[in-house]
Design a protein. Sequence first.
Lengths: 505, 247
Amino acid sequence: MLTTFTHPDLSPDAVASVLTAAGFEVTAALPSHRVVLDTFDGRLSAAGLRLEHHRTDEMSLILRDATGAPPARLVGATPPRWPAGLPAGPLRTRVLAVTMERALVPLLNVRSQVHRAASRDRRGKATVVAELHEAVDGDGGTTWLLEVHPVTGHDDDDRRITTRLLSLGFESHHGDVATVVAAMRGVSLVGTSSSPTVALDPKEPALAGFRRVLGNLASTIEANRQGTIDDIDEEFLHDLRVAVRRTRTVLKEGKGVLPAPVRHRFQEVFGRLGQQTGPARDLDVYIVGWDDYVAPLGLTADPGLTKVRAEIERQRAAAHRTLSKILASDESRHELDEWRAWLEDTTLEASSSRSLGAVVAKRIERAQEKVLTDGRAIGPDAPGERLHDLRKDTKRLRYLLECFGSLFPSEDRKAFVNQLKDLQDNLGAHQDAEVHLAQLRSLAHDLHQRSVVDTDAVLAMGRLSDQLERVRAEERAAFAARFARYDRKRNRRALQALLDEVRHG
Amino acid sequence: VKTIATYSIKGGVGKTTTAVNLAAEADRAGVRVLVWDLDPQGAATYLLRVRPKVRGGSRRLVSAKGALAEHVRGTDLEAVHVLPADFSLRHLDVHLESTREPTRRIAALLDPVRDLYDLAILDCPPSISLASESVFGAADTLLVPVVPATLASRTLAQLTAFLDDQRDAPSVSPFLSMVDRRKRLHRELVDSLGSTWPELLTTTVPAAAVIERMGVERAPLGHYAPRSPAARAYRRLWDEVAAGLWD
């Protein structure tokens, strides 16, 4: 485990002298640039991994964990945006297993002048290694930091230098230079969470709880806005869109709790934003699901389908450009600022004395009733729209359970949400196939009109259309069993128990 | 963790220099490596500048499962750790004999450290013994340096014949080592071995004074002669080996 030392009084030259006196060879300074990389939501950090790009006399990508394993370093690598673009090997495998579809973004840059130092045994092997970073841009001023790397099997040497430094008034900090600089600058290296859950008290006034939930969702929208504008990866739009939908649900369920003019105004704002984000997100899902659609056809490299995919990608890029303009506009900025101002207004008083727990329990009960009524009414011949409506019902229920999640016992809530998710997966796959089928037909028509495709592509679109229809029909056929599984007495009782807890709790 | 063993029945064919140079290439390729020096001469230990000391000797090393980590030492290659050898390993066969399932013992000893490394390189002594069988039980691939000599093909045939009778035997990847293209015999054997052994890797490591200097420099070739033909050959050998392990 790396340790970084600071000292309130000593200069870098004095630190170098301390190291020399302790038997270290200290090299001349080299310019150093370190970048901490992670996904926006901190997946590497959550998995106990730290990925840094170092540039000194050579470039390398370094992956560390806290297990006592040696670091993995890929020499010559440039900072990757997509882990899939790294050379094949264990480092790529380990990173990809955690980041999956997300891009890597720089969370922190540290520039300095670095002196390398090592204490060696009589065989000439390093037994402790250190790096003295000078001119580090910390909290506005420049400072220095001493990073000490223990060498496996040489614990005594590490203890010796640590004891020596502490006896001279050095302060030790857990972690490497980047960890210390992040703390100095107030930068988080654990990523940005899009979790809708905030701390709530069932006995607090409902207005306060609703505003806190909406405030957290507004922060998620804000956090993912720039990444969506820059189109870094599709998860920014996904998280922004989900936060918008959750906001709409909470606004809708806030009838009698939130002031009516505010509710109506922002239901319109977020309803519009939801519609504006739809086309780009649908096309994202199309691209992400493309391999799954195409693989069963055995046509991954089919030239006709390659042209179709290229056209979908072109449309996706156009949809994202349109969305970026909307999100970056003054109008959008103003609306979000206006929303934030209302959420942060400390002069507001609740017009109702109802407690949060009672209101939320009632709303969830109603949402569950709607899911059960609508779901039970869907027979084998019911049109697709009825499944779409049911999907909206399940989303409403799920968002309420998640946004007000801290009111419920965590494990019981998660267990119930998993049952709901099982039903949602079926409804989602059915709707995705329907949407993509409609898009494909529209695309085929459009391409044919513009005469930009050849026979191969038309035939390929026919095959893909058949495959999408198969997926749609399979999911439709699976619905009855999935819904029956959700509509079990055990599940219904589990939700009732959760609601009773909140009402009385 | 993937496990390769640099192995040959013959001595002086370049096993240890291969183990150390491949470890150095792996170090730069994002691979976390454990080099296990199983040769009582401790040449890999020496080249990596590690003290040749196995606490408690080979008896303790092979006796208690889970104890491997206490013997591991860091090296000057940041991603490479080494399990050093000392002279007590000359009794490795005897000590393996006294364990349960001696031919699976090395694999079992590696189990507790599997998550810490991506690659284990077992540097083996020149022999065919109980320790060798235990190596065969642990390795995915035997990397066999073959010196162009008239008996080379026969020695390789003996090894593959032996492995054919083993359950879960590792694959064998021979490659030509210490090749001197100025010698007519070497050139002829290089050509003929390639047609006899389709598994033969395409990389040929030359006989070179710069490789012999490793004993003086106590460092892999990449550290003191990175542009030498020999260093380039080991880089190509690593690419070939890594492609077989991870592509």
